[in-house]
Ligand binder design. Structure first.
Ligand code: ADP
Ligand code: ASP
Ligand code: MG
Length: 595
């Protein structure tokens, strides 16, 4: 018999009336012949209320006690949901994370799932019960209650679907995944389909409709996810291997409002520096987001990166001692910035995406502080008070409100996951561990760095428009930033055969844009590590920087995304870099992943 996991978010179980309507959906699915597991979140804003109570007592409450407290929200709603089903004359049993056997590591507040046992759930289902599972929680080896991170009930739902070989429905307060948060961009459009990679990037870049780690599970275990409204009975969005329109350069936009930027200036430009800095942060379990390191001038470089605003203080604490050891001259930070990103799997094949984004921002006089790009996304950092204007401008410039004629029709059938018991058993161990699918070396690129670029709106747009007009395809772009300076640095890579032509174009542009200096490396090597959850697994950064440092690599450029991390080094170091990375990730290559 097929199993359906139905997840109901906070607003969808905010009152007993709403709980009854969720219960009816589950009963209906059971009557249609499915076995049903419900995953429910805490009622309404209950988790926020619990967080505020804790902060009435302590500024930084201990993480273990926080998890003990926050898990109670879900315990209330599972019990009430079971009662609602019983009141309608059906059988139901509620279970906490511990009772299901959701084993996690002991990183309180952002625990990762190690294994889930299906026995108890399966027995209850076979006895005709609707099983109601508490979202967002698990238990560690020492029986401590853990939570998976805010929004983590989605991850509970998709992981249960993965181990049960079930399909997964996410019932929420929107009727699907939109091209941008519909509360922020009024012209945002619901998409019929989105691919795992696009959704992974969108979610990790701020599209809060899905917890990004839930999409890691969905992709790893090939679970199609249907995001839909808990209020109306309409088809929502299918997240699967199918993209709505893979030919479209940009398919969505997202904003993360509360970002903080840290800049280390006067960093000695030698092997091991990035390793020391980012390992220290990763050891504090903090996920670094945009990392921008500009190619050094005179043996000194600058590194800027972003973390969630709430993690600024612990990040500075982690960085300070290392900075002193390394003799770094200056650490500055700002926490009034936001990140605007565009995502699209067709982006890598199209030129002129980045300059269009930069132009849309400059037309609104929005200054860009930092830029990072990867194969399927471009992110820029802007002042927080301009963030909403920025995402609306970007959404408009890529015409995301309009359906394209190549779009996959809404009624295309939903794929069902393969029910392979052997594979399912295999899934029970190390569920959320790192999975690397590919490590590659690209020896076709050159790098260009423009130093002393005036830090005013429109400069990046002008430079990349001019380069695009010459049909030069730009791959990685990073723009760094220095406090107290009216200048920024822009670095990017192009194909080696375009190296000289790019330098000529830049020289011709000097009358229009007065930058100070252009430096270039005609032959660089780009090393890429691809996989799932690369940024959220802080261990990736540690392994990567450590192995490159041990191999004596000097990193010129870095960029990170949820599905790929790229570093640029000198061409002469390409082969040894590839070897170092392959060794570093040997044990996790291709692990139990069917992608
Ligand atoms: P739940 O409580 O059901 O888990 P969430 O509040 O976590 O609901 O997620 C739903 C919200 O996500 C929506 O109300 C919407 O404002 C927000 N959101 C952000 N980005 C998107 C997007 N791209 N598409 C749809 N909703 C989005
Ligand atoms: N109740 C938790 C939260 O508010 C988990 C969830 O809703 O997904 O973050
Ligand atoms: Mg949610």
């Amino acid at each position: 018999m097929s199993i359906i996991v139905q997840k109901f978010g906070g607003t969808s179980v905010a009152t007993t009336e709403k709980i009854l309507s969720a219960a009816k959906k589950a009963i209906k699915a059971q009557q249609e012949g499915h076995q049903v597991v419900m995953v429910v979140s805490a009622m309404g804003k209950n988790t926020d209320v619990l967080v505020s109570l804790a902060h009435e007592l302590m500024d930084r409450p201990p993480a273990r006690e926080m998890d003990m407290l926050l898990s109670t929200g879900e315990q209330v709603s599972v019990a009430l949901t079971a009662m609602a089903i019983m009141s309608l004359g059906h059988k139901a049993v509620s279970l906490t994370g511990a009772q299901i056997g959701i084993r996690t590591d002991n990183v309180f507040g952002k625990a990762r799932i190690i294994s889930i046992s299906t026995d108890r759930m399966q027995k209850l289902l076979d006895d005709g019960n609707i099983v109601i599972a508490a979202g967002f929680q698990g238990i560690d080896e020492e029986f401590n209650i853990t939570t998976l991170g805010r929004g983590g009930s989605d991850t509970t739902a998709v992981s249960l679907a993965a181990v049960l070989g079930a399909s997964c429905e996410i019932y929420t307060d929107v009727d699907g995944v939109y091209t941008a948060d519909p509360r922020v961009v009024s012209t945002a459009r619901k998409v019929t389909h989105t691919s795992y990679d696009e959704m992974l990037e969108m979610a990790s870049l701020g599209a809060g409709v899905m917890h990004s780690r839930s999409i890691e599970f969905a992709k790893k275990f090939n679970v199609p996810v249907h995001v839909r409204s808990s209020q109306e009975d309409t088809t929502g969005t299918i997240i699967s291997t199918v993209s709505e329109d893979p030919t479209r350069g940009v398919s969505g936009a997202a904003v993360t409002m509360d970002e903080a930027r840290i800049t280390l200036s006067g960093v000695p430009d030698k092997p091991g520096t990035s390793n020391a800095i980012f390992s220290a942060i990763a050891r504090a379990n903090i996920t670094v987001d945009m990392i921008v390191q500009d190619a050094g001038v005179g043996g000194i470089s600058n590194i800027s990166f972003t973390v969630p605003s709430a993690e600024l203080a612990p990040t500075l604490e982690a960085v300070q001692p290392i900075a002193e050891q390394l003799g770094i001259q200056n650490i500055t930070s700002r926490d009034n910035v936001s990140k605007i990103s565009v995502v699209g799997i067709g982006m890598a094949e199209q030129s002129g995406v980045s300059d269009r984004m930069f132009r849309a921002l400059s037309d609104k006089s929005i200054n860009i502080h930092m830029i990072t790009t990867s194969q399927i996304k471009i992110s820029v950092l802007v002042d927080r008070d301009q963030a909403l204007e920025a995402i609306n401008a970007v959404h408009q410039t890529f015409e995301l409100d309009a359906t394209s004629s190549d779009a996959v029709p809404a009624e295309s059938p939903q794929a069902t996951p393969a029910a392979d018991p052997a594979a399912a058993a295999n899934k029970l161990q190390g569920m959320e561990e790192l999975a690397i699918t590919d490590i590659a070396l690209d020896s076709t690129q050159a790098s260009i760095s423009i130093h002393g670029v005036p830090d005013t709106p429109g400069i990046a747009a002008t430079i990349f428009e001019t380069v695009a007009q010459e049909n030069i395809i730009v791959d990685m772009i990073i723009q760094s930033y220095l406090d107290d300076s009216e200048f920024a640095s822009l670095s990017f890579t192009v194909q080696r055969e375009d190296h000289q032509r790019t330098l000529d174009v830049l020289q011709d542009m000097q009358s229009e844009v007065s930058f100070q200096e252009v430096a270039s490396n005609p032959a660089v090597a780009k090393l890429s590590v691809s996989g799932i959850g690369l940024r959220s697994h802080t261990g990736v950064a540690i392994r990567m920087f450590q192995s490159l440092a041990e191999a004596g690599m000097n990193i010129e450029m870095i960029n990170t995304s949820e599905v790929r991390v790229n570093v640029v080094v000198d061409d002469s170091q390409g082969d040894s870099g590839l070897k170092a990375l392959t060794q570093a990730f040997e044990d996790v290559m291709g692990r139990q992943v069917n992608i």
